[in-house]
Design a protein around this ligand. Sequence first.
Ligand code: H2B
Length: 96
Amino acid sequence: MSIARLNNQERSVLLATLKDWHLVEGRDAIVKTFRFADFVAAFGFMSRVALLAEKHDHHPEWFNVYNRVEITLTTHDADGLSQRDIKLATAIDAAF
Ligand code: H2B
């Protein structure tokens, strides 16, 4: 299914409202790194995000080492950033 990419105005709103999410160099995506006390805390967060991803039908690219979780969001169906990424990023921040 196709969905619209964010326009320039939506992008500035996105970056102004989402804390510590950054544009990825060389692709239309955003990334944020989350740090936790230990692996169990990090994995608990990943479990919450997994449920959110299913609920939103939007799934993160992510990388975990011990207490660090790096999450990248983009919309393959839009070939870049869409409102779905804003919505999921906001929900992820609330689960942190
Ligand atoms: N997740 C992400 N990050 N991007 C997508 O384009 C996407 C997704 N598409 N999760 C969804 C699932 C799509 O495959 C289903 C069919 O809606």
